[in-house]
Design a protein. Structure first.
Ligand SMILES: Nc1ncnc2c1ncn2[C@@H]1O[C@H](COP(=O)(O)OP(=O)(O)OP(=O)(O)O)[C@@H](O)[C@H]1O
Ligand SMILES: Nc1ncnc2c1ncn2[C@@H]1O[C@H](COP(=O)(O)OP(=O)(O)OP(=O)(O)O)[C@@H](O)[C@H]1O
Ligand SMILES: [Mg+2]
Ligand SMILES: [Mg+2]
Lengths: 271, 292, 227, 292
């Protein structure tokens, strides 16, 4: 619905892609994708060369495309992660010592100019962030709901896994509650386009959302206890160990990242 | 004059299809009109597209491709408010539509949004509450009301805006027979005030009792429409929508007796069975479900 | 514009490791206390659905300065208590990271920031109530201060870590980061006031809800209830 | 055999009153028994106390003062699990009942809580899903099921625990007639497996069709009970609870015709009207609402 943000992926859309589409990426084992996220995080953290980072980013964009996912929506979803980059990197791009690009701009604070180093830093931070964002989205949009749940249940300790599983299950319900509330106030002529004039309406929508959440949790307790719940939703579902092929690739990826870091970045090992 | 095809429709929807964000097609091509002074009931199974269609009537949902014409003028994106004030909407889930701390505040909510001054708003809100016999609830906290009371307050909150059409999505959901009947009475009363009503329901007895026109949906399509008598005595249409006719129709059909006049409501059935050899009943009888 | 989360890859490796360690320690303490008290179904249910609500709220675009998103962390802290508040912060960050907001590598740092907001808001709210403040000013202040504490902590985390690949001295970095913290402080004020209105509304439709929480809190020590 | 008073009850509740934390008295003094192999329907208006009573039967709620005896042994505070495994509960709000990420996981949920090994749990879960014709849903995500499907999965999740009594709170809420009928069929099927069923409903046609015993509640009290025929032909009792009898009863009563055998379901009415001068129908006919 239009009132919900374009900038945050709708979990229902995510599951729709994961459940109803198919692609080579869909068929990759969930553990492999999970492992790859880790390798990418490590890679963007240690890599300090713009060409390498750009290459990584380009590679994840290709994976995203191979998975048959929509590029246009990706642009919207970039807004929030890029906000951090912009708010940190723009001041840095100006302050960063180095050779100015073009002329300097005279301001009361002194001469301001974007340096080459600053611009490169901006590009690097963007690539770092967007590489992982793109891959994380590609992974969640190609991994079935049950597999994601199984991974979460496996990776996290009790009771965090329990909380996470319930959150995963009820996020959809809460999004719909929120949507219903928004729809109902709009139907009675509320305009939500201005915040301060409508702050009470916003407070009511958000308040009702939380109230619904609290009351739902009260009912949930009843229904779980009625089936003997004692603090453990175990999932019997199983994501098997990845096939040898994928394990080999994953090991190679980690080796490459660590090797790259040791040789090119930290210079610990010289060839 | 129900659904008189020669007068101009109040609402005229043409929609090629409606696709939800996750790709589900909630409704296919649909043409739907609401005429002055009629009660239209949408019937059909769960997921047939009733709510999807209804939510197009006040531009809560916007068709993928198509047009909504209200009072003769097409609605544009900048103009959604006009559709929303002309077509009042009471949602199925009473719990998510009352958002103010007191009942009176909630009924005033819409008026405030349209900039009506406080005094006048309060007065009109009180009148609307009186119309649905809910004046005594004025100071109550909406959250603590019973399901039926919530439904009435929701109705008042929409009536107060003086719309020309009111849409009710499953107005009887969760209500006991006595409260269902109360809501059914209020549908009649609203209709008498000259407001057209479009509603969806799973209760075919209720549909037969209040509607001038029944519109049957199945799998996102309107598969047929007509008067209750036409629709409920059309076995092929009902089969196509996986519906069973109301009890009165089934009894009239299944009993070996010679039943006159194709009764669709219980009152008509009783009259027909009573063997009154007078004219088959022509006037619609107003009795909600549970009426006796 | 949004309540900004730290982005992926912005810190050097040692900092990622450090904040992960600190985050794990914090959550470890919370989990230890929860387990020691015997995990109650109602805590798990409240945390689970609370996190779902918080995540859902994040989908709503608030039209301030071109649009902001918020998780209402302060509010969640006030309603769910410090321990469950911290857990909710973690879970919301896990889901945010999966959907491309926040960061996988900086889950520890981001959780630390949000948990601080929830915990600070909770204790400030309790203190102000004990000082007989009204609900609106108490919640608005508690949430604003809590969220501001989070914003400042986030700035500090950036300054301590240093930005990956930047040669800027720490002093200059502090200046650059001040802008970011300032933005988040602005959001904190908006969110704080909104939180005040929300709680005021909750108090008017479900007066028992806050009383109930008060009563529960009164019976046991605050950490004990939530933990 | 239905409600045979000489056999020992499976569940015997004596409750002085139930007061909710906010002070609302949800139920006054009530004595309620469930006997082997019977279907009991609780009817009454919104807020009459039906859900409150039902939730006492498996110790989801505990009376202020009173006792719950299951299989001859009183339930103590340390023993709630016994009540919960003997008495299965399907809540009105099917959406909050399904907690696991997939249907199969959800049906196994209860077994796993009682420590049944994984293999056996899976096998029993599959059987339970088959019993309610829902095997094809095994891998689905609960959120995306339709209302009727959610209800069936909820039922399977309880059936799998092999309880001796199953409680269904408003099993037809929000369902279309075809799905209502499916659920009604499953109530019959469970009953045939020797499990007693206690349910609440606003649909008196449904109650008349499936129940051996109807229990009328009003304002937190059980104001009367008996067979459908006794209850629905007792105008004073129905008036006291602000209920109207089912359609078949009203038609039989209101028509001038001489209707035999006090029909309570539509099938009985049709049979009676058809003038079959045979015995008044003695066997209960199983037809859910919407049956034809
Ligand atoms: N927000 C949504 N996102 C995705 N699909 C939806 C959404 N809302 C409805 N649908 C789907 O659209 C179709 C039509 O749904 P709709 O709610 O209009 O049916 P309905 O006739 O009102 O059913 P009911 O009687 O159960 O209320 C269904 O298949 C439904 O699953
Ligand atoms: N959690 C609660 N807290 C306070 N009061 C409650 C609670 N649940 C129910 N009540 C009140 O207890 C009374 C009985 O409610 P109950 O839910 O048992 O009715 P019901 O017969 O099931 O109604 P319905 O047909 O609407 O489901 C009502 O007055 C209701 O408002
Ligand atoms: Mg609907
Ligand atoms: Mg109930």
């Amino acid at each position: 619905m239009t009132t919900l943000s374009n900038h945050v992926p709708d979990p229902r859309l995510i599951t729709a892609y994961a459940e109803h589409r198919d692609s080579p990426v869909h068929r990759v084992n969930a553990w492999t994708k999970f492992g790859t996220v880790g390798a990418l995080v490590l890679a963007v953290t240690v890599a300090d060369s713009l060409p390498v980072l750009t290459g990584l980013y380009a590679a994840t964009l290709v994976v995203y495309g191979v998975a048959g996912l929509p590029y246009r929506r990706l642009l919207y979803w970039y807004t929030l992660p890029l906000l951090f980059v912009v708010s940190v990197a723009v001041p840095l791009a100006v302050l960063e010592p180095g050779t100015p690009i073009g002329g300097a701009l005279g301001t009361p604070l002194g001469a301001l100019s974007v340096t080459w180093q600053g611009a490169i830093l901006f590009a690097e931070l963007s690539c770092r962030s967007l590489t992982v964002v793109t891959f994380a989205l590609a992974a969640t949009m190609t991994t079935r709901y049950a597999d994601v749940a199984y991974l979460l249940g496996r990776v996290l300790p009790t009771p965090i896994d329990q909380v996470t599983l319930l959150t995963y299950r009820f996020t959809f319900v809460m999004v719909e509650t929120l949507e219903a509330l928004v729809r109902a106030v709009l139907a009675r002529g509320a305009t939500l386009s201005e915040f301060w004039a409508n702050r009470r309406t916003y407070a009511r929508i958000l308040g009702m959302t939380l109230l619904t959440a609290i009351e739902r949790s009260e009912r949930l307790v009843k229904s779980m206890e009625a089936r003997g719940y004692d603090g453990d939703i175990t999932l019997y579902g199983d994501v098997p160990r990845p096939p040898i092929r994928e394990i080999v690739v994953l090991v190679a990826v980690y080796a490459a990242v660590v090797g790259y870091a040791l040789i090119a970045v930290y210079g610990v090992v010289s060839l | 004059m129900s659904g008189d095809e020669t007068t101009a429709p109040l609402v005229d929807l043409h929609c090629e299809a409606h696709t939800y964000p996750d790709g589900t097609v909630g409704m296919h091509e649909v043409d739907f009109q609401v005429y002055p002074d009629e009660v239209v009931a949408l019937v059909g199974g769960n997921g047939a597209g009733k709510s999807t269609l209804l939510e197009h009537l006040n531009a809560t949902l916007v068709p993928d491709d198509g047009e909504l014409v209200v009072d003769g003028t097409p609605i544009t994106d900048d103009d959604l408010a006009r559709a929303r004030s002309a077509v009042g909407f009471v949602f199925q889930d009473a719990d998510t539509q009352l958002v103010a701390p007191t009942v009176l505040d909630d009924v005033r909510f819409g008026l405030q949004n349209y900039g009506v001054p406080a005094e006048e708003a309060t007065e009109r809100a009180r009148e609307a509450l009186a119309t649905v016999d809910a004046s005594h609830l004025e100071d109550r906290i909406p959250h603590y009301l019973s399901g039926g009371e919530k439904r009435l307050v929701g109705l008042a909150g929409v009536l107060v805006l003086e719309p020309s059409v009111i849409v009710l999505d499953e107005p009887l959901a969760g209500l006991d027979p006595a409260r269902s009947r109360l809501v059914a009475d209020h549908v009649e009363r609203i209709h008498e005030e000259g407001i057209s009503v479009v509603l969806s329901t799973h209760d075919l007895e209720f549909a037969a009792a209040v509607a001038d026109r029944i519109c049957v949906m199945s799998d996102g399509d309107v598969v047929g429409q007509g008067t209750p008598r036409e629709v409920f005595y059309d076995p092929e249409l009902l089969d196509a929508a996986n519906l069973h006719p109301p009890s009165a129709v089934r009894v009239a059909r299944d009993t070996g007796l010679d039943v006159d006049g194709r009764p669709v409501t219980e009152a008509e059935l009783v009259q027909a069975l009573a063997g009154s050899q007078s004219e088959p009943p022509q006037t619609r009888r107003v009795d909600g479900p549970g009426a006796d | 514009m949004a309540h900004i989360h730290l982005g992926e890859g912005s810190f050097p490796l040692w900092a990622v490791a450090l904040w992960t360690l600190v985050g794990v320690t914090l959550i470890g303490i919370v989990v230890y206390r929860l387990r020691r008290g015997g995990i109650k179904t109602h805590q798990i249910a409240l945390a689970g659905i609370g996190a779902a609500a918080s995540f859902a709220v994040f989908q709503l675009n608030l039209p301030v300065w071109g649009g902001i998103h918020m998780n209402l962390t302060g509010l969640v802290g006030i309603l769910a208590g410090p321990a469950l508040g911290a857990l909710i912060a973690l879970v919301v960050n896990v889901f945010s990271a999966a959907l491309g907001h926040g960061a996988v590598g900086l889950l520890g740092a981001n959780t630390l920031v949000n948990a601080t907001e929830a915990i600070a808001a909770y204790y400030i709210f309790r203190t102000l109530l004990r000082m007989d403040w009204d609900v609106f000013p108490a919640t608005a202040s508690a949430a604003t201060i809590g969220l501001s504490a989070g914003a400042v902590l986030m700035g500090a985390i950036i300054v301590v870590s240093g930005v990956n690949g930047s040669a800027l001295p720490r002093a200059d970095l502090t200046v650059a980061v001040a802008g970011l913290v300032g933005l988040n402080l602005g959001v904190a004020v908006v969110e704080g006031i909104l939180t005040g209105f929300v709680v005021q509304f909750l108090a008017s439709v479900r007066p028992d809800l806050l009383d109930l929480i008060d009563r529960e809190r009164g019976e046991e020590d605050p950490a004990g209830v939530a933990a």
